[in-house]
Unconditional design. Structure first.
Length: 95
């Protein structure tokens, strides 16, 4: 596989993050605030789902870590360095 093809594959994975966490995104529609981070806000549907056992804390933590890693990577100008960073952090390996 060529380098450019691998770069595009990883960038597409980043852009399709919502598909992997559709369950969390669906729950988040029930949050009081549209920009809820699901950490400290009141009336958070995601936190409620975790407390009720509907969503595992491990899955949410994985989502939260990936989301922040993706935001970091997408802000990088040097995509090669960003991809190296993702590989180092094993960004797309499930726990």
């Amino acid at each position: 596989m060529g380098f450019n093809k691998k770069v595009n594959e990883i960038i597409n994975s980043v852009e399709n993050l919502d598909n992997e966490f559709e369950d969390i995104l669906k729950l988040s529609r029930g949050c009081k605030f549209s920009n809820c981070s699901h950490t400290t806000e009141p009336d958070c549907a995601v936190k409620k789902a975790i407390c009720e056992g509907v969503l595992s804390e491990e899955r949410f933590n994985y989502y939260y870590r990936i989301k922040h890693e993706v935001e970091y990577v997408s802000e990088q100008n040097n995509k090669t360095k960003a991809i190296d960073y993702m590989k180092q952090k094993k960004l797309f390996q499930k726990p």
